[in-house]
Design a protein around this ligand. Structure first.
Ligand code: AHM
Ligand code: MG
Length: 337
């Protein structure tokens, strides 16, 4: 049997795949890998020690912060600050972007945007959660504090993105724009080992993932698409299967492997959608496209949207190419609702 290829080895092997490779991005991904292991260790203890539940504070978006949200946020920031590549981080859990002052006189070229623990309300009940990250090259001059324009770049400028899924096993999935690769954590080795090289999302699938409890509040095009998924057309494998975990990373990961579509539309409860453009939609959209899938806000490609603020929300649809095409047909036909 071949020795497992670790994430660290793989990144170095692939380093020359992207322009201006100098080992810095490899080192940056190394910090993410380290923080992921630390967070993974803590999540695995949930239930044994007092680390679940709300901390009694709210994040900038008025959502309860869970203890592990805050823990994961701190660990990822600490790991990124400890090396020399990142000059600042914007996190779903922080009101403002954080500047790493001690990196400013060094050569720090990158900013990171992240959702340190997505789906964290699921931890108390032992359901998968994830970390989502997105990496950009800064625009402002090296050696100065990063500015808003460094953080508000469109998703098509990402140099790398990925997620960690803390599930029945823990995986790290990432792209640097040359395909999507997945690594499963082997706790006995303490390493992420290559398990899913060059992941491709099937062009079509039979799974649709949406919080159907909000159906009544969805735009008409989305409602009609859901009805289409539920129609009895056996030779087209319809009705499709409904699967919704309520953890974006877990729902996306399943649909990436099996083929499917994820929908979080605007609704009367969330007129702009619920998911965040910078921390959730952009990195997942980059991965989706790199795996052969499609990600839009219902009209435009997610990666081409111009962000205007850090915590901006967006309607989000991502999945298998043919399923997304069918969804768009419904959204166009019923666009006035
Ligand atoms: P969070 O970042 O506060 O954890 O919220 C994002 C999560 C996603 O993981 C998930 O897809 C979605 O919220 C679920 O929302 P809902 O409970 O409204 O279906
Ligand atoms: Mg989130």
């Amino acid at each position: 049997m071949r020795e497992p290829r670790t994430l660290g080895e793989f990144i170095i092997e692939k380093q020359n795949d992207f322009p201006h490779a100098s080992g810095e991005l490899s080192s940056l991904l190394g910090s993410i890998k380290l923080a992921a292991k630390i967070v993974n260790r803590e999540i695995n203890k949930a239930g044994l020690v007092d680390i679940t539940g709300a901390i009694g504070t709210e994040n900038v978006q008025g959502e309860d912060q869970q203890k592990l949200d805050v823990y994961a946020n701190d660990k990822f920031k600490a790991a990124l600050e400890a090396r020399d590549q990142v000059c600042g981080v914007a996190s779903e859990e922080d009101d403002e972007a954080v500047v790493f002052n001690k990196q400013l006189n060094k050569n720090a070229k990158y900013v990171v945007l992240m959702d340190p623990l997505d789906g964290s309300s699921n931890i108390d009940v032992n359901v998968s959660v994830g970390t989502i990250f997105s990496i950009y090259r800064r625009i402002s001059p090296i050696g100065t504090p990063p500015t808003e324009e460094d953080f508000l770049q469109p998703g098509n400028k990402q140099v790398a993105a990925g997620y960690v899924i803390y599930g029945s096993s823990t995986m790290l999935v990432y792209t640097t724009g040359n395909g999507v690769h997945g690594f499963t954590y082997d706790p006995s080795l303490g390493s992420f080992c290559l398990s899913h090289e060059s992941m491709r999302q099937p062009e079509t699938g039979t799974i649709y993932s949406v919080n159907e409890g909000h159906y009544i509040r969805f735009p008409m095009g989305v409602k009609m698409y859901i009805k289409y998924c539920q129609e009895n057309v056996p030779n087209e494998k319809r009705p499709y299967t409904s699967r919704y975990i309520g953890s974006l990373v877990a729902d996306f990961h399943r649909n990436l492997i099996k083929g499917g579509i994820y929908l979080y539309p605007s609704s009367q409860s969330y007129p702009e959608g619920k998911l965040r453009l910078l921390y959730e939609a952009n990195p997942i959209a980059f991965l989706a496209e790199q795996a052969g899938g499609v990600a839009t806000d219902g009209k435009k490609r997610i990666l081409d949207l111009e962000p205007t603020e850090l915590h901006q929300r967006v309607p989000f649809f991502a999945g298998s190419k043919n399923m997304m095409q069918k969804l768009h047909e419904f959204l166009e036909t019923f666009s006035d609702n």
